[in-house]
Design a binder for this molecule. Structure first.
Ligand code: N01
Length: 503
């Protein structure tokens, strides 16, 4: 089926069998899988102007992946052309675009299409979707919006009155030059520790506002040699072998993270040596030494973060921020530091994503209301009771702290694509995960999570929801997740035949 997706009028109020929302690694992967099996009745609605999701949006200086390149690619579209062991953002974005071209799914996309709401219509047993590019109805919806897509702007007194340049790390303003300026960065997470070394040499002065010191491990990043590149390209199996090696090495961390947190002490030892090596000043060393068990928050990797903090034009500020004024930041001890620009590297709305507010299930309640009451609970990260024919990629408890999300996404793709096919094969109108199955699945997850460093490591993190539960991470080996998502288990669902569904 050829859809005139460039014609806004024509796509309005259109019925499509399957709507995919979002075109990062997950949504794009779903589009490719559907396309490969010959499905034609689907569309991807993407709020941005290109594929790539978080890799399209995070263009801040220094943006790069903290997972090795060869593991950070689809298994069905290996990239022998990676230039370094840890790819930088432009190269990853280029890869994602090239895969979309190679699998010819660009014309399945409606770009600049913001989904305002998706509402289950009990009268028609379909999803009614309102977007900035008109309305759609769909039998099945795949939500692939990702967990790290909605910037979290800190609620700091006076911040809206700031008169200089201000932007979030995921919305970098490339028109605003920071060269020679007095700049502040709020936050010391994965984004900030890449931004700080990238901008420190060119700004006049940099204040880094740290609320919690992160653990930072060495980053084994280097350019691939010519020989290695030739081997990746021409030696059969070499790239897959290297991928498997990286995968296996990373997977061993699961034991420390989820079963015996004490084992993570070895990583703490390495991280402390990084501090000693990168920072000369004793007081600064003390300030950057974390007070929680490594792995409790995401482990960061960098070789140049500590040396950047040690520069004469950089100050690490650990007093809490009291307020932001028109041209300065005032800390709790009353010190006022003048700045020209403010970068807020304060992370994302994960367990309270605004995207949950626009999805309404069969009892009329939004996903936000349901998650608010019970926590972000789902079944195998793919479905949520009360939301029929809605499938998630990167749903509840599918995140990782140690290895490649692309591996998890491909497991979820197995399950969700099989679900869509099962609906068609059995001519079903509605499938909805049974509440008791979901409850049992979550009880088991939380039992496993109770033993993990994420709950026992002595930190607060974005992994935990407001109930104190970890509803973002998978608490086991990723091959175990792959096993349970190999096939769609229809027996876990209430299903209605298409003929029994009102239209
Ligand atoms: O965000 P974060 P991020 N006042 O939430 C601080 C992925 N990622 O964008 O620790 C003052 O981790 C907050 O302090 P605290 C990766 O999964 C991957 O850096 O809460 N400070 C913290 O220091 C990562 O985990 C790559 O006390 C405030 C920081 O802001 C995720 O994205 C690269 C504050 C937020 O850190 C998010 O990383 C980059 C406030 N009001 C990101 N509010 C790869 O390489 C927050 N903070 C693949």
């Amino acid at each position: 089926m050829s859809l005139p997706v460039t014609d806004t009028e024509a796509v309005a109020a259109r019925y499509v069998d399957t709507i995919i929302i979002g075109s990062g690694f997950a949504g794009l992967g779903a589009a490719i899988k559907l396309s490969q099996q010959g499905s034609t009745d689907f569309l991807v609605l993407e709020r941005g102007s290109d594929v790539g999701g978080t890799w399209r949006d995070n263009t801040y200086p220094g943006a790069a992946c903290d997972v090795p390149s060869h593991l950070y690619s689809y298994s069905f579209a290996l990239n022998p052309d990676w230039t370094r062991s840890f790819s930088r953002q432009p190269e990853i974005q280029k890869y994602i675009e090239s895969v979309a071209r190679q699998y010819r799914v660009y014309d399945r996309h409606v770009f600049d299409c913001h989904v305002e709401s998706a509402r289950w219509n009990t009268a028609t047993s379909q999803w009614d979707i309102v977007t900035t590019q008109g309305n759609f109805t769909a039998k099945k919806v795949v939500s692939a919006v990702g967990a790290l897509c909605e910037p979290n702007l800190p609620d700091i007194a006076g911040i809206t009155d700031f008169q200089g340049e201000i932007f979030h790390s995921a919305r970098w303003n490339h028109d605003a030059s920071l060269e020679g300026k007095r700049v502040a960065v709020i936050g010391t997470g994965a984004s900030a520790i890449q931004i700080v070394p990238a901008i420190a040499p060119t700004v006049a002065h940099l204040d880094v506002y740290q609320r919690t010191a992160p653990w930072v491990l060495p980053r084994f990043d280097r350019e691939y040699t010519r020989i290695e590149k030739l081997a990746f390209k021409h030696l059969p199996g070499y790239q897959r072998l290297s991928r498997t090696g990286i995968y296996a090495a990373r997977e061993t961390q699961v034991v420390g993270l989820t079963r015996v947190p004490k084992l993570m002490k070895a990583f703490e030892f390495i991280a402390r040596r990084q501090i000693a090596k990168g920072i000369r000043d004793t007081e600064l060393r003390r300030k950057v030494t974390p007070n929680f068990r490594i792995g409790c928050k995401r482990m960061l990797i960098s070789n140049n973060y500590y040396p950047a903090l040690d520069r004469p034009n950089v100050d690490l500020v650990t007093d809490g921020i009291r307020e932001v004024r028109a041209h300065s930041i005032v800390t709790a001890d009353g010190t006022e530091r003048e700045i020209d620009a403010l970068v807020v590297a304060t992370g994302f709305h994960v367990t309270d994503s605004p995207t949950f507010q626009g999805i309404f299930g069969k009892d009329g309640r939004s996903l936000a209301e349901v998650f608010d009451e019970r926590g972000q609970q789902g079944y195998k990260g793919a479905t949520v009771a009360g939301f029929p024919n809605l499938f998630f990629l990167v749903g509840p408890n599918t995140g990782l702290g140690h290895t490649s999300m692309v591996f998890m996404i491909e497991s979820q793709l197995n399950y969700v694509i099989d679900a869509l096919n099962t609906i068609d094969k059995h001519d079903l109108g509605v499938v909805e995960v049974r509440r008791e199955v979901q409850d049992e699945f979550n009880a088991d997850l939380q039992t496993k999570l109770n033993k993990t460093v994420w709950l026992n490591g002595g930190c607060a993190s974005w992994y935990l929801d407001k109930h104190g539960n970890n509803t973002t991470l998978w608490p086991d080996f990723t091959f175990e997740f792959r096993r349970i998502t190999r096939n769609f288990d229809l027996e876990a669902y209430d299903a209605l035949a298409a003929g029994d569904v009102a239209r």
